[in-house]
Design a protein around this ligand. Structure first.
Ligand code: F0G
Length: 360
């Protein structure tokens, strides 16, 4: 039996499709190569003949898709001799920036909305050693501060306005095409700052242009009802949602995302917080897949559009689950208040009785 070479991250794998040189020092944590899992139970529950796959980005090194972009952005920052990176974040970008900066041996400054990021993400930023600046404001205010400060301070912005971020993130589409042997009919994503949907579209178009696949998906972008600038057709001043990762009112990649939706013949739609959490719980309880709330917007939106017939029967649908459920334990536990939590004696009869009681 032969052994395959150790997987060493997406830049090495897609080197000829990414802007790196032979002698570029690559900053990688082995990101990418994430599972594309076919759902078995949700399609049955919907009673529709549709293949649904989830691209589980929660299995990246810091638990979200941001690692794909961050390996590129930090590699390029180091290449030009940058000593510090900076980002505004709803949590996942800051975790990824902090980790890749640690790996590179440079400094990371992260601006996050005070009290509005999930606990796991905060723990990550602290633990990886970033300088955490909690602002009394939202992501959009943080983003605008980052852009201003980078004009004078010696820092490289690693938000998705950094073009290398989208270059890294486009590799997720490559992996989907390679796993299926074709592009799906629909690709569903949660949309916040709108970089990821733009990156996926870039990846699909690149493989299409080069003849790796002869089809492209319709791109479907789902936003939280309280943070849905694409549905409003204008920025939202005070975005609010339980899905804090996508609590964004003024997406930086607006034009690119709109082009992706229009060129692909897809659409944007919005979901209530209740529907987002319902989808998160359904994925966990019927498929054994735990994603964070924002991620579940893709599956929640897809399920609704499958039921209504907007997504046609016989289709192949891919939903990106952008982040790991462990990122946001508070929201998860708050949703499971109906789960019986009982403490019992550490004795066999007590355990036996508890099992019998539960089986009733
Ligand atoms: N899902 C998760 C889990 C996210 O963290 C984000 C964005 C998105 C979806 C939306 O992706 O911005 O490319 O449209 N999080 C950013 C952050 C904004 O700071 O971590 P997008």
């Amino acid at each position: 039996m032969g052994f395959r070479a150790r997987y060493t991250g997406l830049i090495e794998k897609y080197r000829d499709r990414l802007p790196v040189h032979d002698d570029t020092r690559i900053i990688s944590l082995g990101e990418g190569n994430t599972p594309l899992v076919k759902l078995h139970n949700l399609p049955n529950l919907l009673q529709k003949d549709v293949d649904i796959y989830v691209k589980y980005e929660g299995s990246n090194p810091t638990g979200s898709f941001k690692d794909r972009g961050m390996t590129m952005a930090v590699t390029k920052a180091v290449e030009v001799g940058s000593q510090a990176i900076i980002c505004a974040s709803t949590g996942n970008t800051s975790a990824a920036a902090a980790a890749y900066a640690a790996r590179a041996g440079i400094r990371a400054f992260v601006l996050i909305p005070e009290g509005k990021i999930a606990l796991g993400k905060l723990a990550q930023a602290f633990m990886y050693g970033a300088t955490v600046l909690q602002i009394r404001g939202n992501f959009d205010q943080g983003m605008s501060l980052v852009k201003k400060v980078a004009e004078t301070a010696p820092v490289t912005i690693v938000n998705s306005i950094n073009p290398y971020r989208l270059q890294g993130q486009k590799t997720a589409s490559f992996e989907v095409v390679e796993a299926l042997g074709f592009a799906p009919d629909y690709h569903c994503l949660p949309v916040g700052n709108a970089g990821n949907i733009s990156a996926y579209w870039m990846g699909y178009c690149e493989y299409y242009k080069d003849g790796v696949t002869n089809n492209k998906p319709k791109m479907l972008g789902y936003q939280a009802e309280g943070a849905a600038p694409f549905l409003q057709g204008a920025p939202v001043d005070y975005p609010e949602t339980v899905a804090t990762a996508i609590r964004i009112g003024n997406p930086q990649s607006w034009n690119k995302a709109l082009a992706a939706q229009q060129e692909s013949g897809g659409w944007f739609d919005k979901l209530s917080d209740e529907k987002i959490l319902e989808a998160q719980k359904m994925l966990a309880q019927h498929e054994g897949i735990f994603c964070e709330p924002a991620s579940a917007a893709s599956v929640g939106g897809a399920m609704r559009d499958i039921c209504s017939g907007k997504i046609l029967e016989g289709s192949r649908v891919v939903c990106t689950l952008t982040g790991n459920g462990l990122k946001d334990p508070d929201t998860a536990i708050a949703q499971c208040h109906s789960v019986k939590q009982v403490a019992i004696a550490a004795e066999l009869p007590a355990v036996e009785k508890a099992i019998l009681d539960y089986m009733k």
